[in-house]
Each structure stands twice: as C-alpha cells, then as structure tokens.
Design a protein around this ligand. Structure first.
Ligand SMILES: [Cu+2]
Length: 147
C-alpha cells in the first residue's frame, strides 16, 4: 500500500509539470512573486534613502572674510534639515548637506541672502547688506546678474 501510494505521488508529481496549463500558472505565480519581491526591495531602498541620505549641493555665495564665513554657515545650519554647511572663502562657494524632505535648496539661498549675502540665485536685501560690518561689505554683482 505504501509503495503504491508513493508511486501515485511520484506519478502525480511527474504529471503536474508536464501539464502546460499548470506549468504556465506556476511560472506566472513565480514571476509575480519575484516582481513583488523586487518592487518591495526597491521601495524599501527608496524610502530608506529619503529618510537617511542627505543631498549635497554647492552654490556661489558672495562674501569676504572669516566673519562672513561664520555668518553664512550659521544662517544655513540653523535651518531645520541642514546638516552641514561649509563656505569656501577663495571659491565663494557654499557646500551644503541637507534633507530634501525637510527643505529645498532655494530655502538655503533665501536664508543666506537674508543675513546680507548675495547668492547666485537670491539677491540679499539692501538693508541686510548695508548692516554688514565694513570689512564684510563685499563687491556685489550688478543687479542684472539676477534678472
Ligand atoms: Cu566678512
């Protein structure tokens, strides 16, 4: 009896894969599972990146000295979502690391301009520029630069 039932099982198993319909359904199910798995992995990856990986960007910010550097970097880093900010005095370039879920790069331009420093995209208000220490009053680009 045991041998017969085993034979039946073996036969059954050997029949199943040769049935083209069952084979197709099985293949489709396997493909669907693989697709779902890949989709889940991709989604998890994208989600993880959004939450953890900061975005890096550099842009021109006008200024002169170490006081400017301090002011520019502070204006940027006090924004929620900005992790790092470094202003290169020689290159007049601000490099920031920020979370794009929390703010946009333009917000950093605005914050830096608000304390008196022109950026390549946002011009500082004249009042803020004029309030800067004498040694910090860098040569401003012409107004047409932003137009
Ligand atoms: Cu300065």
């Amino acid at each position: 009896m045991a041998i017969m039932s085993m034979t039946a099982t073996t036969m059954n198993m050997s029949i199943t894969p040769t049935d083209p319909f069952t084979l197709t359904v099985k293949t489709m199910r396997t493909l669907a599972s693989i697709t779902l798995l890949i989709a889940t992995l991709c989604a998890a990856r994208a989600f993880g990146q959004k939450g953890n990986e900061p975005t890096q960007a550099s842009f021109t910010v006008y200024g002169n000295c170490s006081m400017c550097q301090e002011r520019i970097e502070t204006a940027a880093t006090r924004l929620k979502g900005v992790r790092k900010a470094h202003w290169d005095r020689e290159k007049k370039s601000l490099t920031v690391s920020y979370d794009p879920q929390k703010l946009q790069l333009k917000d950093i331009h605005k914050a830096v301009a608000a304390v008196g420093h022109d950026t390549e995209e946002v011009r500082a208000p004249d009042k803020a520029y004029e309030a800067l220490h004498g040694c910090c009053q860098y040569e401003r680009p012409a107004r047409s630069f932003w137009e």
